[in-house]
Every structure is written in structure tokens, then in C-alpha cells.
Design a protein around this ligand. Structure first.
Ligand SMILES: C[S@@+](CC[C@H](N)C(=O)[O-])C[C@H]1O[C@@H](n2cnc3c(N)ncnc32)[C@H](O)[C@@H]1O
Length: 206
């Protein structure tokens, strides 16, 4: 039987083209601009669960940043490489990020954390904190509710796993981040819960 992670990987390998075609309808520019404003010129940014690279990885490259995208779906990475040739892409499970401490000024994780089994979210936020330099920032989306399950998505089986925002926000703070904003944004039929947070002066996780 496929593990939760395999369901996600197999699913995105199957629906990569369709997902990317639908992804274009959501404009995340406002949130991305707020993130970009917090970072130095030429910042090094990690895009976690980068998918097909549009719009997020592409926006970061166009902002003048040195961008690395990480994803475990070969099909999504194939699209990303074609869509954003200026970025570097690495095939990797995002729960196994083994870059050196303080490797990045910023980190994005848009619509990817919600596919990681939620018992791993606390450790995931701690790994993000370890990777981001003091005064660096992260822009992520988290779940809107307490829910874990498998449903059909664009013709594939897909797995999601998340906590209600209050619980995720507490885990983010416990990992050492200071929240800049957190807000639910409704776009069409989709609800996104965005969090912009800073690693203030390298604050230690509790
Ligand atoms: C909903 S898509 C979002 C893609 C992109 N961030 C965007 O905003 O369009 C989720 C992506 O996260 C990747 N992903 C989910 N869980 C992952 C994991 N454990 N390791 C690596 N990639 C993962 C999937 O392969 C998929 O490409």
C-alpha cells in the first residue's frame, strides 16, 4: 500500500500539467511582494515544494533573487526547469532538507506543507528556522482547519494533512519565528491561509 508521501508524489506526477494550468488563475503577487520587501537585494531564497515554478519561483527570480526550488515530483520539477530556467532545482523530500544552517535569507512554501503528514509539521518549521539566516523571512501557506484525509484531486488520489491555523501558528512561534502577518485569503472557491514570519535576530526555538 502506498504511504501518504507516495500518494502525494504519485498524484502530482500524474496531474502536473493540469495543476499548473489551473495554478495560473491565482494571483499571489500581493503576498509575495510583502515577502520580497523584507529581504536584501540578491537574497538567497529556497522555494519548498516549488511545483511547476509558476508563479512563486518565477516571481522570486524576477525579484533579482538567487533561487533554489525543492520538490519530490519529477513531473513538477520538469515543468519548473522549463518555466524558470534561471533557478536551480533539486529533487528532495521537504522533510529531509539537509542544507547547512543559515543557508538562505528567505524561504517560501506555498501549498506544500498541507501535503506533509501533520505530525511532522513542528519539525518542519524547526528545519525552516535552522535554514533561514537571522533577520531572514519566510512566506508560507498553512491549513485552514484540523483535517487529514485523501480525496480525488484533478483526477488523481491526493493526501492532505493540517491543523487549524491557531495550532500551526503556535508551532511556528515555538520554532523561533515572529509572525509579521497571518490571514485567510479567499480567491474564487479556494481558501488560503498565509503566514509571513521573520527569524528575528536568530531567535532560538523554544
Ligand atoms: C499544491 S503544489 C504547490 C506548488 C507550488 N508551490 C505552487 O505554489 O504552485 C504542492 C507541491 O508540493 C510538493 N510536495 C508535497 N509534499 C512534498 C514533500 N514531502 N517533499 C517534496 N515535495 C513535496 C508536490 O510534489 C507539489 O509539487
Amino acid at each position: 500500500m502506498a504511504t501518504k508521501e507516495e500518494i502525494v508524489k504519485i498524484g502530482y506526477n500524474k496531474i502536473a500539467q493540469d495543476y499548473q494550468a489551473n495554478r495560473g488563475v491565482h494571483d499571489d503577487r500581493k503576498e509575495l511582494e510583502e515577502f520580497v520587501r523584507l529581504l536584501p537585494k540578491n537574497a538567497k531564497v529556497l522555494d519548498v515544494g516549488c511545483g511547476g515554478g509558476v508563479p512563486v519561483t518565477k516571481f522570486l527570480v524576477e525579484s533579482g533573487f538567487d533561487v533554489t526550488g525543492v520538490d519530490f515530483s519529477e513531473s513538477m520539477l520538469g515543468l519548473a526547469g522549463r518555466n524558470v530556467p534561471e533557478a536551480r532545482f533539486i529533487k528532495k523530500d521537504i522533510t529531509e532538507l539537509d542544507f547547512k544552517n543559515n543557508s538562505f535569507d528567505g524561504l517560501t512554501a506555498c501549498e506544500s506543507i498541507i501535503h506533509v503528514p501533520r505530525e511532522k509539521h513542528s519539525l518542519l518549521f524547526k528545519s525552516f528556522h535552522r535554514l533561514i539566516k537571522p533577520n531572514g523571512a519566510m512566506l508560507i501557506t498553512i491549513g485552514n482547519s484540523d483535517w487529514e484525509g485523501t480525496e480525488e484531486f484533478l483526477g488523481a488520489r491526493m493526501f492532505w494533512s493540517h491543523y487549524r491555523p491557531e495550532k500551526s501558528l503556535q508551532m511556528i512561534k515555538d520554532a523561533g519565528f515572529k509572525i509579521v502577518f497571518d490571514k485567510q485569503i479567499v480567491r474564487g472557491e479556494e481558501k488560503y491561509y498565509w503566514v509571513l514570519a521573520k527569524n528575528e535576530k536568530g531567535s532560538k526555538a523554544s
